[in-house]
Write a protein that binds this ligand. Structure first.
Ligand code: PHE
Length: 425
């Protein structure tokens, strides 16, 4: 080894832990060496890149050059040019001021983060210096730790301050050109669906007359949907109202009249209920028919319910619903579970079209055969047909909505077209 040609490049600063130092040896440039170990004031440092450089002061100051094959010691005089590392607290002060400098000159989030990583990041200058605490003499550890912490605190708060300042600048830029005194943009408001509106209104009117809400399943059995309603399997009315069957034999109810049965199975007269809900039918879909539609069932059972009660109740209902000038017509009809039976028509008025009657409900006096079949199920005579009478009705809520708002096609109610629906909001 030609010792004369070994030199530390002073322009790259003193040789100390954590700070890259340039060492040239025999013309090779060991750039950016990072010393692994440094002990002061014993002046002991080891540096490793391809090999290891050790400066130590043990009796005499010398430099050891070591690689796999050789270890050579350099006598002190040759090293007189090597600057001694400054004391640890000075090193930390210098790390701190370099970090603060980088933070101060950061122009955006990115460069600020780079400054953070370079100083207090896992492999940052301060963190590497901190790792040396284990090599520091015990009596100096406390002071070393204190100056490390002070530096970390100073750097962290400088980063926080800079971060806030950068954020403020960014916020200002984002807000420039926005006039905060302008009125806010209106948010679109939602509204209830016309079917919900009409159902709630119907419920309100009927509740004022003393009807309570009741309900039953949409997936029904044939007994509640047909047999108990005086419609045995071979009855032609079944065909007319045919529906969707499940493999289990259950079916989607064709009408809400099944709720009449379910109510009478458990309640005793006087019974006054209404049951809004979906009904399903294998119908051709057109301007006044849907295969899934909405009904509202009504049932009044007591000791002396008469046909005038039925007529009065429903006339009152339609006048409340559509106004007293609305024409309502009761037309004789047939239902297996009522006798006599009627269909109710109301005039539908559509702009630019002549008014026409449309059917909105079926109704009638409860057939005594219905009471009898329920008594058989209940195993009592709670609905004694010689003492008990009743009326029932089932209205199509979709049709009521058509009449209320002059809707020309029932399909508009299920298409969810906001141009149509927003008119009700
Ligand atoms: N359930 C009948 C239908 O859906 C309507 C109705 C209900 C008729 C109650 C009479 C009594 O057509």
């Amino acid at each position: 080894m030609d010792a004369n040609r070994l030199q530390l490049n002073p322009s790259n600063g003193p040789l100390y832990a954590g700070i890259p130092t340039i060492v040239t040896y025999n013309g090779s440039n060991f750039a950016n060496l990072v010393p692994l170990k440094y002990k002061y004031p014993l002046l002991f440092a080891s540096i490793r890149v391809h090999s290891r450089l050790i400066i130590q002061n043990e009796g005499a100051l010398f430099l050891e050059w070591q690689n796999r094959h050789q270890t050579k010691l350099l006598p002190r005089p040759l090293l007189s040019a090597i600057p001694l590392p400054p004391p640890m607290n000075e090193q930390i002060a210098s790390i701190q001021s370099q970090a603060l400098e980088l933070i101060a000159t950061a122009t955006d989030e990115r460069s600020l983060d780079d400054a953070r990583v370079a100083s207090i990041g896992k492999k940052g200058t301060l963190s590497l210096a901190g790792a040396l605490i284990k090599d520091i003499p015990n009596e100096e550890k406390a002071a070393f730790g204190q100056s490390l912490n002070a530096a970390r605190t100073a750097i962290t708060s400088a980063i926080d301050e800079k971060q806030a300042a950068l954020q403020e600048v960014a916020d200002k830029a984002a807000l420039s050109g926005i006039d905060l005194t302008l009125p806010a943009r209106a948010l679109p408001t939602g509204g209830l669906h016309p079917l919900t509106l009409i159902r709630d209104e119907a419920i309100q009117i009927l509740r004022r007359m003393g009807f309570a809400l009741a309900e039953g399943p949409e997936i029904e059995d044939e007994y509640h949907c047909f047999d108990a309603l005086n419609t045995p399997a071979d009855h032609p009315a079944r065909n007319e109202k045919d529906t969707f069957y499940f493999n289990s034999g259950k079916l989607l109810r064709t009408h809400t009249s099944s709720v009449q049965i379910r109510t009478m199975e458990t309640a005793a007269p006087p019974i006054r209920i209404i049951a809004p809900g979906s009904a399903y039918r294998r119908d051709e879909i057109d301007a006044t028919h849907l295969s899934v539609f909405n009904q509202l069932e009504g049932l009044f059972v007591d000791t002396d319910v008469t046909l005038p009660d039925l007529k009065g109740t429903l006339e009152y209902f339609f006048h409340e619903m559509f106004g007293t000038s609305t024409e309502v017509r009761f037309r004789p009809h047939f239902f297996p579970f009522t006798e006599p039976s009627f269909e109710i028509d109301v005039k539908l008025q559509i702009k630019g079209q002549p008014p026409r009657w449309i059917e909105v409900a079926g109704c009638g006096m409860v057939d005594p055969a219905v009471f009898e079949s329920i008594n058989a199920t209940r195993k009592d005579n709670a609905l004694d047909p010689t003492k008990i009478t009743g009326f029932a009705f089932g209205m199509g809520l979709d049709r009521l909505a058509m009449i209320r708002w002059g809707i020309r096609d029932i399909r508009l109610l299920i298409e969810n077209d906001t141009r149509f629906l927003s008119q009700f909001a």
